[in-house]
Write a protein that binds this ligand. Structure first.
Ligand SMILES: Cc1cc2nc3c(=O)[nH]c(=O)nc-3n(C[C@H](O)[C@H](O)[C@H](O)COP(=O)(O)OP(=O)(O)OC[C@H]3O[C@@H](n4cnc5c(N)ncnc54)[C@H](O)[C@@H]3O)c2cc1C
Length: 400
């Protein structure tokens, strides 16, 4: 058996220049590349030099290559929409305004396949394609952990070559990885990218699930990263245990969502991500459209159930969005508002000081998560005010 070596095609490039999109692994005609996880739980390529024939395809398919970056980015449109699904039930089940579901449903109804992130039976997040609306429900909702694309680029390529309609949704680096893997655009392909502030470690998430299972006395069956059902105004992390019990925490107050939100557990490449910018790689960009209610006051009341930023970056994206508009409420907004409101549309966020320490603790099985401290951001007085009072205040603010 051949030895494995740290990938040589990238020579001495640092880990921060690999997004873990697995384009190189999937394109290698000799099966010489594997993507084992490092001690932080992120996948990085390794080449079996006995199999490698130096064809250079892996390098060509890498979205960190400058020529790929320039090739796939679209200029920003002058206007964007703040939009939400007219169906409240759908909106409540989605992370933001439920636009992804509408767009993807319409694609499936046109005979298309939709690729997106789902949980497997061990609660690992991975990408796969679905062709039925019933299955689409599993792709709905943000899973705040790096999704394993497995062999979905290669699968999508086969479908595209057969002339099937393919939608691929994911983080911008995954969309850039797919496009660099395909090497060309297809008329029958549409891509949806998310504004993303970083993908957390799959190992951290797996260990956290294990820890929750031990702490609550039953394995975790389902994990909702942003559960709106408990209260419209604030989101909860909800954990459903195999024994039927439910545990809920306000977002930011449980350990996992806290580390995610402050960026402590992101992949190294997220802190220098070239796709954290206003020019997007997908045909359509979706996000939470943070801070827009400051400029468009009528949006204040819509924050209760969430709404999307919808940015149509290409004609293809615009046409698909127009086709679903009857199911959407929207307000047209200036693109500058979107860019000024979300730092991830301008540049990546810096790595927090605590990051290295957190991953050290992750590898220290003895200490585990019990030693992690969630820094309480709220003031002492704010913590004394019950949530329902805050909700009432927000309701009043929204109608003023
Ligand atoms: C890791 C991550 C970070 C994000 N960061 C921000 C942010 O900083 N600011 C912001 O405004 N919005 C962010 N978003 C996007 C936001 O959470 C919503 O996903 C987006 O607004 C779409 O919402 P929706 O209601 O239309 O659809 P939903 O149904 O909520 O979203 C589902 C879509 O998200 C995809 N998806 C879910 N999990 C993953 C994953 N792990 N990897 C790749 N794709 C995934 C699904 O495939 C599907 O396309 C982030 C999303 C993810 C996954």
């Amino acid at each position: 058996m051949g030895h494995r070596f740290r990938i040589k095609v990238y020579d001495n490039k640092p880990q921060s220049l690999c997004y873990g999109c697995k384009a190189c692994e999937q394109i290698c005609p000799r099966g010489a590349i594997s993507m084992p996880a490092d001690r932080e739980g992120f996948w990085y390529p390794e080449i079996n030099t006995y199999l490698c024939v130096d064809c250079g395809l892996c390098q060509k398919s890498c979205p960190t290559q400058d020529e790929n970056l320039m090739k796939w980015l679209h200029p920003m449109p002058s206007t964007v929409d703040a939009a939400w699904n007219r169906c409240l039930e759908e909106r409540l089940k989605s992370t933001s305004g439920g636009l992804f579901f509408l767009i993807a449903e319409s694609w499936i109804k046109q005979g298309g396949i939709v690729f997106g992130a789902d949980f497997d039976s061990e609660l690992r997040v991975f990408h796969h394609g679905v062709g039925r609306v019933e299955e689409l429900k599993n792709l709905r909702g943000s899973k705040y952990v790096q999704s394993d694309v497995r062999d979905s680029f290669a699968e999508a390529e086969k479908m595209l070559m057969r002339g099937e309609k393919v939608m691929y949704s994911g983080t911008p680096c995954q969309i850039a990885g797919l496009k660099s893997f395909l090497g060309t655009d297809y008329d029958n392909l549409i891509t949806v990218d998310l504004v993303c502030h970083g993908v957390p470690s799959p190992l951290f998430f797996a260990e956290y699930l294990q820890w929750c299972g031990d702490k609550f006395g039953s394995p975790v069956k389902k994990f909702l990263f942003r559960d709106k059902k408990r209260s419209g105004w604030r989101a909860y992390v909800s954990i459903i245990l195999k024994n039927g019990l439910h545990k809920s925490f306000k977002v930011g107050e449980d350990l996992y969502s806290h580390h995610f939100h402050v960026g402590n557990i992101s992949r190294r490449s997220c802190y220098s991500c070239q796709y954290s910018r206003g020019e997007r790689v997908g045909d359509i960009t979706l996000s939470d459209f943070w801070n827009s209610e400051k400029y468009y006051r009528e949006l204040k009341k819509e924050r209760k159930y969430g709404y999307n930023l919808v940015m149509c970056n290409t004609h293809k994206g615009r046409n698909l969005y127009e086709a679903i508009k009857s199911g959407v409420e929207f307000i047209e907004c200036d693109t500058k508002v979107a860019v000024s409101g979300d730092v991830r549309l301008r540049h990546p966020e810096e790595a927090p000081d605590l990051r290295e320490e957190i991953f050290e603790l992750l590898n220290d099985r003895e200490q585990g998560f019990d030693n992690h401290k969630v820094r309480q951001k709220q003031s002492f007085i704010r913590r004394l005010v019950p949530d329902f009072v805050i909700n009432v205040v927000r309701e009043i603010q929204a109608i003023r």
